[in-house]
Design a protein around this ligand. Sequence first.
Ligand code: BTN
Length: 262
Amino acid sequence: MELKAEKLKKTDWAGKNLVYYKEVDSTNTRAMCLGTEGAVHGTLVVADRQNCGKGRRGRIWESPSNTNIYMSLLLRPKFEAEQAPMLTLVMAYSVAQALKENAIDVQIKWPNDIILNKKKICGILTEMSMKEQKIDYVVIGVGVNVNHEAFPTELEASATSIKIESGKKMSRESLIENILEKFEYYYQQFCLSGDLSMMVEGYNQILVNRGNEVCIMEPNREYHALSQGINHLGELEVIRKDGSREWIFAGEVSVRGIYGYV
Ligand code: BTN
């Protein structure tokens, strides 16, 4: 894959400025540098391989060559910094919709992991840079396990790829194009309303563990509750055993099913 901007025919602005690397440390790190240097809204960094791929919470994102998607989209939103974390959910929903259109029946694990057959196939890492208390730029990094054939034993229980689950080899180029097309559409609606109201229903329909008991892990406490779905701010509504409701916001919290990864 050597992706060129001309190949992205379905988008208006996302990826029109495209920076492709055969190998790079991390597309997020590159996109952040480009952001500081003044790169335009919609700049897309894509790599065939990352040698220092970043996951959330300081984890490493395994990024071998010739198989998966590693891309980072740079945005220069006009809205307030508090709204930026919702963009991660907008991207997760866009990835899910693009895959569903390709007959891959995925779900979302709140807030932004894409799940296929109870295992993770995509992770999203959003980073932001501020200038004079306003957003200077946001970088949304997306890693999709597309044609990966096998995972190390320690990841086998929780990670998989489209190829492993469906047997189908997919074109990474066209999947990138489909994801960006969806993202442009939902991003425009997000900018108009300033919240996630346009996708709450659709998101909740594919939310893993909706209606089920989940384990909520905060830095200092852990408790079980029933997962109800997200609201227009992307907070997960849960009902605790004593009947009280809480709305949890991504940040440091993680939510798991009570029987394993999802
Ligand atoms: C997660 O931990 O779930 C988030 C993983 C995000 C990985 C992607 S791959 C492209 C981009 N560049 C990175 O270094 N990370 C993100």
